[in-house]
Design a binder for this molecule. Structure first.
Ligand code: NAP
Length: 309
């Protein structure tokens, strides 16, 4: 039986039972039911199909895979010819040890979110840093090159952001986190990179003093995910030329609300989500992908007002 329903959440047991078509793609996560990736990717694929028939049998599915099942899952997806996989919580780090090759960026970021089928296994990439860089540029007009960046967090998303900041040649990078050990680990990675000497660690409760007039603050903590969460820092300590990007896109966060009230330019992480997805599809398809189409689909799936960028 062919699986046509790209809205459904499948499990590993569906892999042998259903035919997922000629060129299947999927996001693997747990929980994954609320992922908007299928909506974004299938909208982009529909657009590609309109101009190129080679995409006629490409579909993007959603699979709920628990953390302890990933090692068993990846060879199964490979056997069933899934050309590309996106990995989300909690698989991005664990997958590094289960695949045949990891890109240099993925290695530095310590995580992969995009896997590409190859005859002998999957190759891993990380498109989160690209998504952030492109989102910052599109939403806030911020180029990371020569920028002063204050980055909050030291988890997977913060690692990707920190590595991207250094790769892009930022001027100063201040990284703050609640737990010093995790911050230390991130700093070791960054300091080992060329240009990493511009990075400084701080305790998240004490924003660096003497910040320049302009810069960008990026929240990569999960504080704000729950309604009612406070902002991770006091935005009144930021000079008025600063811009604020919160990787959280749902719900609206206190950080962005307070920064906006202070008159700072703000943006949420929807653009990062869309651009990391667009980059994944470009890696799989070797063709340009419309981030605009993916943004429209993501807004629709999240029941957010449409955006016209
Ligand atoms: P993670 O690995 O679990 O890291 C969570 C981070 O948040 C850690 O630095 C943690 O600090 C910090 N944190 C958690 N609760 C906190 C609190 N009460 N006060 C201060 N800091 C706190 O998660 P992740 O994968 O890096 O994701 C981080 C955030 O980015 C999430 O909100 C996620 O939704 C978002 N994200 C967005 C995108 C996108 O495309 N827009 C992509 C990836 C992630 P400790 O080390 O002290 O625990």
């Amino acid at each position: 039986m062919t699986a046509y329903n790209t809205e459904k959440t499948y499990t590993l047991s569906d892999l042998g039972k259903l035919d997922f078509g000629g060129t299947p793609l999927a996001v693997l996560g747990h929980p994954v039911k609320h992922s908007v990736s299928p909506a974004m990717h299938n909208a982009a694929l529909q657009k590609l199909r309109a101009v190129n028939s080679r995409f006629n049998d490409w579909n993007y599915f959603r699979f709920d895979v628990e953390v302890e099942d990933l090692a068993e899952a990846l060879p199964l997806f490979h056997k069933h010819n899934f050309l590309g996989l996106n990995l989300t919580i909690p698989h991005k780090v664990q997958a590094m040890d289960l695949i045949q090759a990891v890109s240099a960026d993925g290695e530095r970021m310590g995580a992969v979110n995009t896997l590409v089928w190859d005859e002998f296994g999957y190759d891993g990439f990380n498109t989160d840093g690209y998504g952030l860089k492109t989102g910052l540029k599109g939403d806030l007009g911020v180029s990371l090159k020569d920028a002063t960046v204050v980055l909050l967090g030291s988890g997977g998303a913060a690692r990707a952001a920190a590595v991207q900041c250094i790769l892009e040649g930022c001027k100063r990078l201040y990284v703050g986190n609640r737990t010093p050990e995790r911050l230390q680990g991130l700093m070791e990675t960054v300091k080992g990179m060329r240009g990493g000497e511009c990075a400084t660690a701080f305790a998240i409760s004490e924003l660096p003093s003497n910040l320049p007039e302009a810069g960008v603050l990026i929240n990569a903590t999960s504080l704000g995910l729950k309604k009612g969460d406070p902002a991770p820092i006091d935005v009144n300590l930021l000079p008025l030329g600063w811009k604020v990007y919160d990787m959280i896109y749902n719900p609206a966060t206190k950080l962005l609300e307070e920064a906006s009230m202070r008159g700072l330019s703000v943006a949420n992480g929807l653009s990062m989500l869309v651009h990391q997805g667009a980059r994944s599809l470009e890696i799989w398809s070797h063709t340009d992908v419309s981030a605009h189409v993916m943004m429209t689909a993501a807004c629709h799936a999240l029941q957010l007002p449409p955006r016209y960028d």
